[in-house]
Ligand binder design. Sequence first.
Ligand code: FES
Length: 103
Amino acid sequence: MQKVLAGTMEEFPIGTQKIVELEDDYVLVVHSISGFWAIEDRCSHDDNELFGGEVTDNTIKCPRHGAKFDLETGKALCLPAVKAIKSFAVSLEPDGVYVLSRD
Ligand code: FES
């Protein structure tokens, strides 16, 4: 299992979105009102970045054509995306917010 520091808690007020690299993936780390989430920063519809998309509780909307994804599972929730994207575990530790690979 790999683990990468995304930032300190001070760097992650609610509404923050950050990109980190974990193994071969760019991972979008989001702090929403419902918690911390980490998903692949790649829309399964047409490879657009999800960074900057509108976040509501535990969903994010692709800025390009509006597909929505579940931030916890990566599941596609509406068209035009139909395939899930990867999701990652988040660990809150004394020195900050970490993203973990799932293997
Ligand atoms: S690229 Fe994301 S909905 Fe089309």
